[in-house]
Design a protein around this ligand. Structure first.
Ligand SMILES: [Zn+2]
Length: 473
């Protein structure tokens, strides 16, 4: 059925997290007010000189190292010339012939390596807004915001691989604290280019590019639609034209935007106002030393150190704060298997429901650690612990306090527990009789009855032991 081979390459723009823009001192902070963060430099007025904000360099190098790239000791800036209203200078400052980093790779789950062709620095453009009265307005707050562009070789064969790559990339730059990489704010923009060719063709087919993809879902959908479109054209014997396709989020469809410029049409030339970027071996070594544990490394270590499954590890390392929180919370906890599910289900559910990060939880890792140790010591059972966790997330109270103000006192004294068990035995005389006649499984039922009566106020271990004891009498 599939007589075509799908080939996809991806260009990703990621906003680098700095206070000011890449070639001027304007703030990069998001603001609703249009044209607040602008100056003559980012507006491209005549006679101004750009200066490189050096803060962007180590951040981009960290990303390049995480993607196994070579860092080029000499890189340089160029002007990419084109006319578009959102580009006040008439050109964009980028890196062309001499990018910051080249020849890296990222390994996917399947073991397949996606080659990274290059990573370069550049400035963002402004934004054009079309209002309801058919006016086109311009906002230059984004003009000059620092970006790095990460370009892969055409090594992907499916939308699934593209999504895995982009999710990994997002995780990496967040771990490195290089970018917040929120797709809905345009801080991470993935643009796939797609071509199809017959199985026995050696040469790649004509590629098209998709833009305006603001979520992983849109990227997946956009690629699927474009593959379908090209298949249909090819099967009718038609040619594919090199175009940029625009994804319409609302209608969930693609439409051609413009015929894509070829490289020569941009008339690149070296930026005369900026010197080359020279990096010393020492500088790069220092950055290497300062690298934090990357998501893939953390995943491997947590699996080894805490006996997590791959799936559990993936959830726990999905973000760095959460992984740190996990490690601190389970410190000294013996029964890891039992408590891991808190980090797979209960806590993610709380975070999702409130749409918060782990740092905004009302309880901290110390209180959680206390609760998890109570499970270890069988002071509370799992169900009760879940209740306590919920209350901790609502009140921020420490687990001991919650147990106390629940009218609960988990250490009902032995005499109380004994009286309670005797009551349960009286109330369930038939079952007790059957148990004594050899129906062992009824022991569980009797424990359940005691637990119900104790309303979580008694130590389950104590109930178990005392019940056994009393039934022997
Ligand atoms: Zn500026």
């Amino acid at each position: 059925m599939d007589e075509y081979i799908v080939t996809i390459g991806v260009e990703t723009h990621i906003q680098i997290k700095t206070k000011s823009k890449i070639f001027c001192k304007c703030s990069t902070e998001f603001t609703e007010e249009p044209n607040r963060n602008v100056c003559p430099i980012c507006m491209g007025l005549p006679g101004v000189m750009p200066t490189l904000n050096f803060e962007v360099v180590p951040l981009a190098i960290k990303t390049a190292l995480a993607l196994n790239c070579n860092i080029n000791r000499i890189s340089g800036f160029a002007r990419k010339n084109y006319f578009y209203p959102d580009l006040p200078k008439g050109y964009q400052i980028t890196q062309h012939e001499f990018p910051l980093a080249t020849s890296g790779y990222m390994q996917l789950r399947s073991g397949k390596k996606i080659r990274i062709k290059r990573i370069h620095l550049e400035e963002d453009t402004g934004k054009m807004i079309h209002d309801q009265d058919q006016n086109s307005l311009l906002d230059f707050n984004r003009a000059g915001v620092p970006l790095m562009e990460i370009v892969t070789e055409p090594d992907f064969n499916s939308e699934k691989e593209v999504i895995e790559y982009l999710e990994n990339l997002q995780r990496i730059v967040r771990y490195l604290d290089v970018s917040t990489a929120n797709m809905e704010f345009g801080e991470l923009r993935g643009e796939p280019n797609i071509s199809l060719r017959k199985k026995d063709d050696q040469k790649l087919g004509t590629k098209t590019e998709i833009k305006n993809l603001n979520s992983f879902k849109s990227i997946e959908k956009g690629i699927i639609l474009e593959i379908e479109r090209q298949k249909e054209l090819l099967s009718k014997g038609e040619r594919i034209i090199s175009v940029t396709m625009l994804f319409d989020e609302r209608k969930q469809e693609l439409r051609p935007m413009r015929k894509k410029e070829s490289v020569s049409e941009y008339r690149y030339f070296p930026e005369p106002d900026l010197p080359d970027l020279l990096l010393s071996e020492n500088f790069i070594e220092e950055i290497k030393k300062s690298m934090v544990e990357l998501p893939s490394q953390k995943l491997e270590r947590l699996q080894k150190d805490y006996g997590l499954s791959f799936e559990e590890g993936e959830i726990i390392t999905s973000n760095r704060d959460f992984a740190d929180f996990f490690e601190k919370s389970v410190d000294g906890v013996k029964n890891l298997k039992k408590v891991t599910k808190f980090f797979i289900r209960e806590i993610p559910a709380i975070l999702n429901e409130k749409k918060i990060g782990v740092k905004d939880l009302k309880f901290n890792h110390k209180d959680l650690n206390k609760l998890l140790k109570m499970i270890d010591e069988e002071k509370v059972n799992l169900n009760f612990a879940q209740d306590i966790l919920k209350k901790m997330s609502l009140t921020g109270n420490d687990p001991d306090d919650i147990i106390k103000c629940d009218g609960g006192n988990i250490s009902l004294n032995e005499k109380d527990v004994e009286n309670m068990i005797i009551e349960v035995i009286k109330e369930n005389s038939k079952e007790v009789e059957r148990y004594k006649n050899g129906e062992d499984k009824l022991f569980g039922f009797l424990v359940g009855q005691c637990m119900k009566k104790a309303k979580n106020r008694a130590n389950p271990k104590l109930i178990n032991e005392m019940l056994k004891e009393i039934l022997k009498r």
